[in-house]
Design a protein around this ligand. Structure first.
Ligand SMILES: C[S@@+](CC[C@H](N)C(=O)[O-])C[C@H]1O[C@@H](n2cnc3c(N)ncnc32)[C@H](O)[C@@H]1O
Length: 259
């Protein structure tokens, strides 16, 4: 069973996996709704789950989707086009404080406040509708330092806000963990530190058999104990893999096994 919230990914995978016939079922769905999808298929427990998070090369390379700061297109960034909120809506309607918060918290961008304040000024006369327009405006505000485009972190923040990525990850981890059968493995590939922190904490909090606090006379059983860690440190791509596939560079794989 494969889920993706992007209908284009589902139609692409349908063609690629056709040779497997009835062994594959694909559904356009957010993985936070995995429980409902499993219910609709009459599946109670699952023997394993893999979350391959973030954005795909297909999405990034299609300028019309609005994810790329190199290819011009509408400021969209929705992985699921049935949703309403686009990146343009955020840039043109969020308050300066809200923009600062998402640029800082989701983009980890040091110049968040300066960028937010300038964008709010500029949008009064020329609202932002296209990716290159926004990328150039940000480049003008912060200048160019190093090899990375100066708008990279802002684009990441907008994409994560549009798709509610961190909350969807929290919800998806819970939804899938509750359906894993004993011995089933849960593997998650994250592509940046905010995602990886959520995955790390999720597995850590559920792999401790006992909890202890200084004020307790003795350790108490952990009510959330349900996993054994398979990877205590994340698995990262080797230098060869990174050379062959530059986009694997930031990937971190964590795996836990349902007890
Ligand atoms: C890194 S790509 C991997 C795609 C696929 N595994 C492949 O190798 O081609 C991530 C995919 O996850 C999808 N995605 C991201 N967040 C999602 C969510 N909350 N629910 C469902 N799909 C999601 C994106 O639309 C994208 O197609």
């Amino acid at each position: 069973l494969g889920l993706d919230q992007d209908p284009d990914a589902i139609s692409h995978a349908t063609g690629r996996l056709a040779q497997f016939g009835g062994r594959v079922t694909l559904r356009q769905a957010n993985f936070r709704d995995a429980g409902q999808v499993l219910d609709s298929l009459g599946i109670l427990g699952i023997g394993g789950a893999l979350l391959d998070l973030g954005i795909s090369s297909r999405q990034l390379e299609n300028g019309d989707r609005g994810f790329s700061l190199m290819r011009n297109g509408p400021l969209d960034m929705r992985m699921d086009p049935r949703r309403d909120l686009t990146a343009a809506d955020i840039v043109n309607s969020y308050s300066e404080e809200e923009l600062t918060r998402i640029f800082r918290d989701l983009g980890e961008e040091p110049a968040s406040r300066r960028i937010a304040s300038q964008l709010v000024k500029q949008r009064k006369t020329s609202p932002f509708h296209e990716t290159i327009q926004l990328a150039k405006a940000i480049e003008k505000i912060v200048g160019r330092h190093g090899r990375r485009h100066p708008a990279t972190q802002i684009f990441q923040a907008l994409r994560m806000e549009v798709n509610d990525e961190l909350q969807a990850l929290q919800d998806g981890l819970l939804a899938l963990a509750s359906r894993l059968e004993p011995g089933a493995r849960f593997a998650v590939i994250a592509f940046h530190s905010l995602e990886d922190r959520i995955v790390k904490n999720f597995f850590r909090d559920r792999s401790r058999e006992f909890l202890d606090r200084p004020e307790w006379p003795e350790p108490r059983p952990n009510p959330d104990f349900q996993f054994a860690l398979v990877t205590s440190k994340p698995v990262e791509p080797s230098p060869e893999e990174q050379r062959e596939n530059a986009r694997s560079r930031s990937a971190k794989l964590r795996v836990a096994e349902r007890i």
